[in-house]
Design a protein around this ligand. Structure first.
Ligand code: FPP
Length: 239
């Protein structure tokens, strides 16, 4: 493995290209989602092995409810199956599992499975794995605005009302399949996130591809609005 000097604290992934992966093999789209679940396992393993504290995955957007009904229900079954299949992995690797999104749109049965997995893993102290389900960035900002107004909270405390309030903003966002857009994902939270786009389709995105993204990230300079000289001076002062 390459020696990556600067590991991100939070990596988030827009997993794209499952449908195209399956169709290019003359198979149903769901076949690509099942293979995509294997890429999820590989990336979770990589994050555990390299002690990345937070890994989050955009698994289903609010807009994805508009897909054909059959694909939506197959995806929801795959989510429930993955939760059950991975409970032993979560225990073995000390993974804390979370689902964030508009859970009012999920079925009662899936919500029960999610609650069970979140409760059972709540005190795990290794990787925090967050799956964004029925999530959209605009929805998140809107629901936060309503709560913020109701609470009469002061300026500067808005982010405490977003569903992501308990997790740090992503340092690195990866999107697979060649698309270069944010698709209503973490709109507020990605203000200073580094973006990495790759043509690799999600089912082909395994440990080597994950590592390539991390190497590229570690070679970038994040300035957060400051000049390169300011950062150099700060760096010298801490040495
Ligand atoms: C995007 O590909 C992918 C999705 C909408 C679903 C992602 C879900 C999984 C990888 C299943 C497993 C997830 C977990 C968390 C266990 P697409 O269907 O939009 O592909 P396309 O752009 O080629 O049509």
């Amino acid at each position: 493995m390459e020696n990556i000097l600067n590991m991100p604290k939070h990596v988030t992934i827009i997993m794209d290209g499952n449908g195209r992966w399956a169709q290019s093999r003359g198979k149903e789209r769901i076949f690509g989602h099942y293979e995509g679940a294997e890429s999820v396992r590989a990336c979770v393993e990589y994050a555990v092995e390299h002690k990345i504290p937070y890994l989050s995955l955009f698994a289903f957007s609010e807009e994805n409810w508009n897909r054909p009904q059959a694909e939506v229900s197959e995806l929801m079954s795959l989510m429930a199956k993955s939760i059950f299949d991975e409970m032993s992995t979560f225990a073995r690797y000390n993974v804390r599992f979370m689902v964030l999104g508009n859970r009012a749109h999920l079925s009662d049965s899936l919500n029960r499975d999610i609650d069970m997995a979140m409760e059972k893993t709540a005190s795990n102290t290794g990787l925090t794995l967050i799956v964004f389900l029925s999530y959209s960035g605009k929805w998140d900002i809107e629901q936060a605005a309503v709560k913020f107004a109701k609470a009469g909270a002061p300026e500067g405390r808005f982010q405490e009302f977003l569903v992501t309030s308990a997790i740090p903003d992503p340092d690195l966002l990866i999107r697979t399949s060649g698309e270069q857009r944010i698709s209503n994902y973490l709109l507020w939270q990605c203000a200073y996130t580094e973006f990495y786009f790759t043509p690799v389709l999600w089912p082909d995105f395994r440990k080597d591809e994950f590592e390539a993204a991390l190497i590229e990230y570690s070679n970038r300079q994040r300035r957060f609005g400051k000049t390169a000289e300011q950062l150099q001076n700060e760096d010298q002062q801490t040495k």
